[in-house]
Design a protein around this ligand. Structure first.
Ligand code: SIN
Length: 301
């Protein structure tokens, strides 16, 4: 008789409010993120026939997420997914930059096995902390037979990793997501190996269109400390104030990649016949910035 195999799920912790502590549990909004270690987060989380493995990849407030931590995280996710007996990976992460990490991991790894990012809006010692429930839901989701790719599990919702956006600053359910978001076909994606060895990530600056956007800081940076790329969060369908547009067209003529996104939360930018500056499709501006960094990395020798 075959013994039933134990499934393994790996939990990679990076910090965030889910690992946060309030100095007074009755005032949970006054807290420090990234205080509780992964072993303590996993207290009370158990599933029959499942072995939980864990690693503390980082311990940060996700506003401080860095490319070095992304590389480390990518390496650990790739490492564990390659194990036949690992069914999936759960990543605990702060909510603030989670949409960028989710986009980055899905785009570079495109995993067949499930990878769930989860989080919390209340610290671990708040009386009604949402962290344990979100973690339980994420651990359950990666065990679903049809679960695949990078997803975000939060507040009883499962969002596709590419389409997610933090759209509320303090609700328990801070995320919304668009469906059918795809990485723009004109932007290349580097291999996992190339990302892991990259020493100097391409510098891409983000600029917004707004009333009176005169492009002065684009011109100033181009003159003194030019980045390798610009993402512009345009108005509506990626439109730009004529002065900002002139500054970005000059940057484009100088060989700097300029990518147009929209500052609207939904819909992105649809192409028009006379477009000179390429657009980022349905990506949000912060995701477009990651996409352009990856493209420039893929093109580099
Ligand atoms: C963070 O992003 O690390 C802090 C905020 C949060 O997790 O909600």
């Amino acid at each position: 008789m075959n013994a039933k195999k134990t499934k393994k799920i790996v939990v990679l912790a990076t910090g965030g409010t889910i690992a946060g502590l309030a100095s007074d549990a009755a005032r949970p909004h006054h807290y420090s993120a990234a205080q509780v270690g992964v072993a303590d987060l996993l207290q009370g989380q158990a599933f029959e026939g499942v072995e939980l493995l864990s690693e503390q990849v980082a311990q940060i407030d996700s506003k401080d997420m860095s490319f070095a931590i992304w590389q480390n995280l990518l390496g650990r996710v790739a490492h564990w997914l390659a194990h036949e007996d690992v069914q999936g990976v759960v990543i605990t992460h702060g909510t603030d930059t989670l949409e960028e990490t989710a986009y980055f991991l899905q785009t570079v790894l495109q995993p067949i096995k499930p990878v769930a990012l989860t989080c919390a809006m209340l610290p671990a010692n708040a009386r009604d902390s949402d962290g344990p429930g979100n973690l339980k839901d994420a651990l359950a989701w990666v065990q679903q037979p049809d679960a695949t790719g990078v997803a975000v599990v939060c507040a009883s919702h499962v969002h596709a990793g590419l389409g997610i956006q933090k759209s509320h600053s303090h609700q328990r359910n801070p995320f919304t997501s668009q469906v059918n978001v795809v990485h723009p076909a004109h932007l290349a994606v580097p291999s996992v190996a190339k990302v892991l060895v990259c020493q100097q990530w391409p510098r891409v600056e983000l600029v917004f269109n707004h009333v009176g956007a005169d492009g002065r800081h684009v011109r100033s940076l181009m003159a003194h400390d030019a980045p390798q790329g610009w993402v512009v969060a345009g108005t509506g369908n990626g439109t730009l104030h004529h002065q900002l547009e002139a500054a970005l067209l000059d940057a484009h003529k100088q060989g700097v990649f300029v990518l147009r996104a929209s500052r609207c939360a939904q819909g992105g930018v649809q192409s028009r016949v006379a477009d000179v500056l390429p657009h980022a499709g349905s990506l949000t501006a912060v995701q477009a910035r990651v996409a352009l960094q990856l493209h420039l990395m893929a093109q580099s020798t």
